[in-house]
Each structure stands twice: as C-alpha cells, then as structure tokens.
Design a binder for this molecule. Structure first.
Ligand code: BV8
Ligand code: ZN
Length: 255
C-alpha cells in the first residue's frame, strides 16, 4: 500500500462522522466466493452469470437456474467471512455512524457480525414465489455434490399458489428493491466518507453510489487489487486485497 494514500485515509477515517462502506464481489473473494470477473474463467466457467441471472433464463429453464443458485447457496455454507468482513463489522463500533451497502448476495457480512446490511441485489437466503412473492422457507438441503454446479433441480412450488419459487436475488433487467436503493442513495448523499471495497463498478445503478457521495463532497476511497483509472479530487485509491488492506487500515486508524 502506498504510504501517502494510507496517511490521507487514516485522517479521513478518524474525523469521519458518517462512513458508508460499499462492497462488491471482491470483498468475498478471499472467502473463496468467485467474483463475477473470475466467473467467466473460474468456478462458474460452466455458466456465464449474464446468461443465467435473468428472468428469461428462469422462464426458459427454471430447473437449470434454480439448480445453479442452490449450488451457489450450498457452496456458501462451507465458506467463512474473511478478515475484510470482520474488519467492516468491527469498524461499526469505531465511527459515529456506519452504513453498509452491498451488491453481494452472500450472507458473509451478517455472519461476520454486521447488521442492517443493505442488499442492493437481494440475497441467496430469501427465495420467494415467482408469482405471489410469498417468502419460501428452504427445506433441508438437496444433497448437491459440491462439484455439481450444473445440476438441474426443479424449483419448489409456492405453498400458497403452487407457482415455481425463484431465488431472492435481483436479476439483470430487474429493478432493484426500492427501499434498499433509496436507503443506499440517501446514505451516500449524507456521508462524509465512502469506502468502495472490491467492486469493478460495472453494474448499474449500484455503480452510481460512490458517484453520489463524491458529488455531494464526501471523500471516496477505492480498495481493489487492480490499479484504478485516473485521478479525481476527493478520490483515493489503495491497491490491495480487502482482507489485507482493511484490517491494517482500520487497525492503524483506531488502534
Ligand atoms: C436494471 C444478483 C433496469 C444476481 C446481480 C448496458 C448494457 C446492458 C445492460 C445494462 C447497461 N447499463 C445498465 C444495464 C443494466 C444492467 C447492468 O448494469 N449491466 C452491466 C453488466 C452493464 N443492470 C441491471 O440489469 C440492473 N437492473 O438496470 O434495471 C430497469 C429499470 C426500470 C425498470 C426495470 C428494469 C440489475 C443489476 C443487478 C444484477 N444482479 N447480482 C446474481 O448474483 O446471480 S449483479 C452481480 O454483479 C453481483 O451482484 C455483483 O456484485 C455484480 C458484479 O459487480 P462486482 O460486485 O463489482 O463484482 P465484479 O466481479 O464485477 O468485480 C469484482 C471486483 O473485485 C474487481 O474489481 C476485482 O478487481 C476486485 N477484487 C478481486 N479480488 C479482490 C478484489 N477486491 C478486493 N479484495 C480482493 N481480494
Ligand atoms: Zn405463490
């Protein structure tokens, strides 16, 4: 990590009144969850998320899409929050106010102790009826062998109207949950510091969140192993892995 950037960030953290932490798939990478960028080469090489994470895909082949999400949900059960998730949960007790906004559908922030997590893209733990939206309580896990990412599993039927149950995530082409989006924009509009951790900033409208903070005069710190593009006033970049950078940064800021 470059020392100059770090010193700037230490001061910003210590004087911050309201910190927004905005996370993407990169914050779960060190827990062994493939990011979307890796997905095209990594564990998901079988499926391009863009192909399966759509209403049309579920319409066309509900068993393939449900099977893919069940595989992801069950994979998650053998994963643990990493030091980045724990550092963020710990930060909440060190700053006057913290709002955590995530694009991720895993529950690793919650399992690390964070509460009131704003999930912009839903989450794997809350499937619902594809017609009447009745929440579906997942039964005992289908015994999916861990390698079976291509398993087709017929989605369960809704207890109320018997329609197929769908994953509780936001698919490409679907609107984000209104309350979550409103809360995220509101906190970005009020904060004085936004930490953007492990996101490529590709997916809209989530990618607007750091922009909203910057526009209203907050400082933004990007934490990512990839070098960012361009220098903008109010933006600091720390190049590194979240699981290494966050514990060190917060440890030096607050002891
Ligand atoms: C909407 C749930 C409209 C599902 C997800 C132009 C063309 C085509 C389409 C669009 C377009 N502009 C906008 C769109 C629409 C589309 C979109 O943004 N497409 C993108 C691909 C261009 N957006 C939508 O469809 C959204 N809805 O726009 O609705 C509308 C309006 C009115 C009425 C009706 C509809 C819905 C988007 C939500 C999609 N669902 N997830 C699932 O999980 O299966 S998004 C999905 O992608 C995940 O949530 C994930 O978070 C996100 C990918 O972004 P990242 O989190 O940033 O992850 P990524 O892999 O990209 O990057 C990881 C980063 O981590 C990298 O930078 C890497 O360097 C870094 N990293 C790696 N290791 C580490 C690390 N960082 C730190 N530490 C490490 N160790
Ligand atoms: Zn129903």
């Amino acid at each position: 990590m470059n020392e100059r950037a770090i010193d700037d960030c230490l001061a910003l953290l210590r004087q911050a009144e309201h910190v927004v932490v905005f996370t993407g798939a990169g914050v779960s990478a060190e827990s062994g969850i493939p990011t979307f960028r890796d997905a095209l080469t990594g564990l998901w090489a079988l499926h391009d998320p863009m192909d399966l994470a759509t209403p049309a895909a579920f319409e066309r082949d509900p068993a393939l899409v449900w099977g893919w999400y069940e595989w992801r949900r069950q994979q998650l059960q053998s994963k643990e929050p990493n030091p980045a998730h724990h550092a963020i949960a710990h930060l909440a007790g060190r700053v006057p106010r913290l709002t955590l906004v995530t694009q991720n559908v895993d529950n690793l922030h919650e399992r690390a102790g964070s509460s009131q997590v704003i999930h912009l893209h839903g989450d794997l733990q809350s499937p619902r009826c594809s017609v009447c939206a009745t929440p579906h309580v997942l039964g005992p896990d289908t015994d999916l062998p861990s390698t079976a990412q291509g398993s087709r599993i017929d989605p369960p039927a809704c207890v109320r109207c018997n329609s197929p149950v769908r994953p509780g995530v936001v698919w490409f082409g679907e609107s984000l949950p209104e309350q979550a989006l409103q809360d995220a924009f509101e906190s970005a509009g009020l904060c004085d510091l936004l930490l953007s951790v492990g996101t490529s900033g590709v997916v809209q409208p989530a990618a607007l969140i750091p922009e909203v903070a910057l526009q209203q005069g907050a400082n933004v710190i990007h934490i990512n192993p990839e070098p960012g593009q361009g220098q903008y006033s109010g933006v600091t970049r720390i190049q590194g892995k979240a699981g290494q950078v966050l514990p060190e940064l917060f440890g030096r800021a607050f002891g």
